[in-house]
Design a protein around this ligand. Structure first.
Ligand SMILES: Cc1ncc(COP(=O)(O)O)c(C=O)c1O
Length: 361
């Protein structure tokens, strides 16, 4: 039995008619940019997270750039960011004029820690981007205690819970991506910024619209970065189902454990106090490439997401010169994502585990 890396189709199937209706209503309304659907989704997403403000933007990359701008990050500043993450986490720093300073991650959780961030602080550090990688949670309060504002990159952690609140409410400001394969995905590009700070929220609203509050006076050089009405309508239909999907992702992780996956490979570990909605289920093994080849032969979906970590990417050569991140390099070399979705069954998990066992001989 083949098992796909993702299943974005099955969870959406029962919602197709409702989504089509919501999209038709937008077309009928003739309002496509910054209309009532975006407003409603912003209100609902903020309420879901327990944040004071949620502001829709065009994608998760812009969300990071705009979030950094609201903290005053600019030329001459440093921003600490992990290297073991999607490239955009660091790429989004460049448009502010600041310099990314790469830090290491924890081998168990895949996330930055107060220790790894502390080792990367410089006198010019203006902010830290704490990536909640794979749906897990970085220790934001401990990092903030170092005295630097934290931007949560929550692109991969919609649906995750912690005993001190959800990702998106743990730092000064947070960013989300609604890329279609994300835990909460739209039918194109989309993103959001969340914060409890009224002044920051007001600045985000201006920056997403060319630095203006009224389309008459332009107070900042901003961005054209809006979530559109169609995407907001689609997200609005899905949001009430996010917790059930998150529970499905956690159940899939439990199926893997029950099927004995932990005897074969190193499993992802939930951060203390966190219940991750696993976006990607990423395991580690010394022979990760051999495992990948074995899974390919058995039609089991898999992917090495970050084999070349960000600090070793060609575009980062200058800013990352001399950077040495031992855990990042080990993670990059040994990780492999296995199939994960809200509907991954015990039978599918058992199939994957059998294929892992056979592949590793
Ligand atoms: C950790 C992380 N940060 C940022 C992004 C950027 O989001 P987007 O693709 O919506 O720009 C993504 C996903 O693509 C991501 O996984």
């Amino acid at each position: 039995m083949a098992v796909a890396l993702f299943d974005t189709d099955t969870p959406l199937r029962p919602l197709r008619a409702e989504i089509a209706q919501a999209m038709a209503a937008v077309v009928e309304s003739g309002r496509f940019i910054l209309g009532p659907k975006v407003g409603a989704f912003e209100t609902d997403f903020a309420a879901y997270l327990g944040a004071r403000h949620a502001i829709g933007v065009a994608n998760g990359t812009d969300a990071l750039t705009i979030a950094l701008r609201t903290l005053g990050v600019g030329p001459g500043d440093d921003v600490v960011v992990p290297s073991f993450t999607f490239y955009a986490s660091a790429e989004a720093i460049a448009p502010t004029g600041a310099r990314p300073v790469f830090c290491d991650v924890d081998l168990q959780t895949g996330c930055v820690t107060a220790e790894t961030v502390k080792a990367a602080l410089t006198p010019s550090t203006k902010a830290v981007i704490a990536v909640h990688l794979f749906g897990n949670v970085a220790p934001v309060a401990e990092i903030a205690a170092l005295g630097v504002p934290v931007v949560e990159d929550a692109a991969q952690s919609a649906g995750t819970r912690t005993d001190t609140g959800r990702p998106g409410t743990l730092g000064t400001i947070a960013t989300f991506s609604f890329f279609p394969s994300k835990n909460l995905g739209c039918f194109g590009d989309g993103g959001a910024i969340t914060t409890d700070d009224d002044d920051i929220a007001e600045l985000v609203r201006m920056l997403r619209f060319h630095g203006s509050r009224d389309k008459v006076t332009y107070e900042h050089v901003g961005y054209n970065s809006r979530l559109d009405e169609l995407q907001a309508a689609i997200l609005g239909v899905q949001l009430p189902h996010l917790d059930a999907w998150a529970a499905g992702r956690r159940a899939a992780g439990a199926h893997y454990e029950e099927a004995g996956l932990g005897d074969l490979v190193a499993l992802p570990a939930a951060a203390a106090g966190a219940e991750p909605a696993w976006h990607l289920y990423v395991v580690r093994h010394e022979r990760a490439d051999e495992l990948a080849a074995g899974l390919a032969a058995r039609e089991i979906g898999h992917k090495a997401y970050y084999r070349t970590p960000v600090h070793r990417q060609p575009a980062m050569r200058d800013v990352a010169a001399g950077v040495d991140l031992a855990v990042t390099d080990e993670f990059a070399r040994t990780h492999l994502a296995l199939p994960m979705s809200p509907v991954l069954s015990a039978a599918q998990a058992a199939e994957v585990v059998a294929a892992v066992r056979a592949s590793l001989g």
